[in-house]
Design a protein around this ligand. Structure first.
Ligand code: TIU
Length: 223
């Protein structure tokens, strides 16, 4: 398959490509979670859920591999460095009890993926202690086991966990595509410049494209 993208068309073989959905969790998307504790307006992020859902459904329909990530710490916070915990909102830190349970802690209600994008049987779910999906996770090995060379990214936030994950993926040899309307930031100008910088310099980190051409390619008539 080949779809129009920036800085040039993105070619991929579905059998060797995974859809990677970064941190579409209640902690970032709903009021009362980690994102809001940092002083952000979370309503901006909720707006991309329908676009992500359309791609996820099409990807599932085409039989592609799906990976979901969650930014999640162990309940004892042994994987949360003080350098991370001590920044942010002093009144409500990672591990503190918030309106949706303990902030950014695995298993808590706020740490779950939003219901519209919830993983289904067989899909890979990666809990990650950092911003990048590869740091301190088994993701690279899992993708290698599945023969994956190409990654299509969606999720939040564009300049934090999505960008970090795309950079980690690029350094590990993957060809990454970011779906522009399926990612969002609490700061719209950060999203805009991130999209620009990822694909600058001939695709220094990867490609970006709207989801529409991908949806067309995944439709049974496009395959
Ligand atoms: N704060 C912010 O923009 N993002 C994060 O803390 N994590 C993710 O991007 N998932």
């Amino acid at each position: 398959m080949q779809i129009p993208a920036h800085p040039f068309p993105y070619g991929f073989d579905l059998a060797h490509t995974a859809l990677v959905i970064i941190d579409m969790q209640r902690d970032f998307i709903e009021p009362g979670g980690f994102g809001e504790t940092l002083g952000n307006d979370v309503s901006l992020l909720a707006a991309i859920v329908p676009a992500c859902q359309a791609v996820l459904q099409a990807w599932r329909g085409a039989g592609g591999l799906v990976v979901h990530t969650r930014e999640a710490h162990r309940p004892d916070l042994s994987d949360c460095p003080p350098a991370k915990r001590l920044r942010g909102n002093p009144a409500l830190r990672i591990g503190d009890e918030g309106p949706m349970g303990r902030i950014l802690v695995a298993g808590e209600p706020g740490n779950q993926i939003v219901p519209e994008l919830a993983p289904v049987g067989g899909e890979i779910v990666i809990d990650k202690p950092g911003k990048g999906a590869f740091y301190a996770t088994g993701l690279h090995e899992i993708l290698q086991d599945h023969g994956i060379s190409h990654l299509v990214f969606m999720g939040v936030t564009t300049e934090v966990c999505v960008q970090t994950s795309m950079r980690e993926a690029n350094d590990r040899g993957y060809d990454g595509l970011l779906l522009e309307d399926c990612t969002e930031s609490y700061f719209p100008h950060f999203k805009a410049v991130t999209v620009e910088m990822l694909r600058a310099q001939g695709g220094i980190i990867g490609w970006t494209a709207p989801s529409a051409p991908l949806l067309a390619a995944l439709a049974p008539s496009g395959r």
